[in-house]
Design a protein around this ligand. Structure first.
Ligand code: AMP
Ligand code: ZN
Length: 469
């Protein structure tokens, strides 16, 4: 597979360290609020990547953290604790908030056919690992204690800005800088590994540590969780582009300082979903959730298709007009798949394999899911293959697309309960008698009575038929 790598800034051949096995790490949600559909754009594309790698025959071991401690309202080290803010808002404990929004997140993922990673780790479950990592960084001289906190010294790593390609002053151009400078820091880009004191005295979750009772900084969790579950060499690390700096930049600095060798080979970043030109963000308040889309009558998979239609490296502008077009396209596509008539036909294995190869070439070109979708339409149009082959190919592609393309075919025919049938047939018989007796008023009344109950009568040459409206 060819995949853009934020570290090298080129589209590289993706080669795992360990033959057929791929170690993949995903930055999970900060669970103080519902995930918005922008967050979920990132998770849909990461899911498509994982499933595509599986489709190509790789075994993917994927780990995701759940940020339930340490993420402050600024992505750097200032501002209020996001979890505490959520707890105060809803008059719940931090752990109740974390559990509630973690469950809500995975329910949204399920609605979007995003597979839950095999290992999901709440940050609060691995604090001893974080402490150990900070101890090693102090021992090796990459960290220092200043005032009440432990900081990472970014001047000690040779290429701190490798991922961004820019230094911090350039990165901060246009960013509102209304947070006070932390005078304990030796360098502006240094970041907190362990807090024993922050401005917010009522920090809810605290742990004992060699430096006093406190709590971890945000970045340390992903490095430590990844090292714990995936070992010293990571094949691929994913997240939205806002994670490139400072979060992933800091992860690289501390992981490589700890290990003493390069850590993650490939960095996969998804561009933002925008709303009226601005990044959809929980803090900006311009968020849409899966529940809102459902309330408005959209199948969540329409949103998945909307994401797959666009390339992950391009910003995606949300609009209901485009979503409406996508809903129409999706329902038409399901209808076309439903109308295939494979009964009694055989699947042309050679054609199936040829289409598989084509799909791999197209999608394997920097995760071009949109070309993969176009190929579904080409398959449906192909006059040289049977419906059975079409269906087999589409089911095969759907392992990656996960759009439930066969869902109308697979739906059970609606069962009509026996009592209703007896009742309606009795009414039809009464109506027939009434008509015979030329009591048309009664016959019409029976029709109206049934219609009120959602039953439509149709008089045909074969007699009166009925269906649910
Ligand atoms: P958070 O819950 O804020 O930690 O973010 C979860 C994931 O969503 C991270 O990978 C972010 O980079 C990503 N993300 C945040 N906002 C957006 C957006 N508007 N579009 C796409 N991805 C986003
Ligand atoms: Zn992370």
């Amino acid at each position: 597979m060819q995949l853009y790598n934020t570290l090298t800034k080129t589209v590289d051949e993706f080669v795992p360290v360990n033959g057929n096995r791929i170690n993949m790490y995903t930055c999970g949600p900060t669970v103080y609020h519902f995930a918005h559909i922008g967050n979920l754009r990132s998770y849909i594309m990461e899911d498509a990547l994982e499933k595509f790698l599986n489709y190509c025959g790789y075994e993917v071991k994927r780990v995701m953290n759940i940020t339930d401690v340490g993420h402050l309202t600024s992505d750097a080290d200032s501002g209020e604790d996001k979890m505490l803010k959520g707890a105060k808002r809803e008059h719940k404990t931090v752990m109740e908030i974390a559990q509630y929004y973690t469950d809500a997140f995975f329910a949204d993922c399920a609605a979007l056919n995003i597979k839950k990673p095999e290992t999901v780790v709440p940050a609060t479950s691995l604090v001893p690992d974080f402490i150990h990592m900070v101890e090693v960084l102090l021992e090796k001289g990459f960290a220092y204690q200043a005032g009440p906190n432990i900081y990472f010294d970014t001047s000690k790593v040779p290429n701190y800005y490798a991922l961004t390609g820019h230094d911090e002053d350039q990165l901060r151009i246009g960013v509102r800088d209304d947070v006070e400078e932390d005078t304990n820091k030796r360098n502006k880009s240094d970041f907190v590994l362990w807090f024993t004191q922050s401005k917010f005295e009522d920090q809810a979750l605290k742990w004992d540590s060699p430096w006093g009772v406190g709590y971890p900084g945000w970045h340390i969790e992903c490095s430590a969780i990844s090292l714990h579950y995936l070992g010293e060499h990571l094949d691929i690390h994913c997240g939205g582009v806002d994670n490139i700096f400072p979060h992933h930049t800091n992860e690289i600095a501390q992981s490589e300082a700890y290990l003493g060798h390069p850590w993650c080979r490939h960095w996969f970043h998804i561009q933002h979903l925008n709303d009226h030109g601005a990044k959809m963000a929980k803090s900006a308040g311009n968020i849409l959730t899966v529940s809102v889309l459902k309330e408005k009558g959209y199948d969540p998979l329409v949103y998945r298709m909307f994401c797959l239609q666009s390339h992950y490296r391009k910003p995606l502008e949300f609009s209901y007009d485009v979503l409406d077009n996508m809903a129409a396209a999706y329902s038409k596509l399901l209808g076309r798949v439903k109308n295939l008539k494979p009964e009694g036909q055989s699947v042309d294995e050679e054609k199936l394999q040829a289409y598989r190869q084509q799909f791999i070439t197209l999608v394997g070109n920097d995760l071009n899911t949109s070309s993969g979708l176009t190929l579904v339409y080409d398959v449906l149009k192909d006059a040289e293959i049977s419906d059975a082959t079409k269906l087999a190919v589409i089911q095969d592609f759907d392992q990656v697309l996960s759009l439930d393309l066969c869902k109308l075919r697979d739906a059970e025919p609606e069962t009509v309960d026996a009592d209703l049938t007896t009742y309606v047939e009795q009414k039809i018989a009464e109506r027939k008698e009434a008509k015979k007796a030329k009591d048309f008023a009664k016959a019409d009344a029976i029709r109206a009575e049934l219609l009120e109950k959602g039953i439509v009568l149709k008089d045909t040459r074969e007699g009166t038929l009925w269906e649910k409206a």
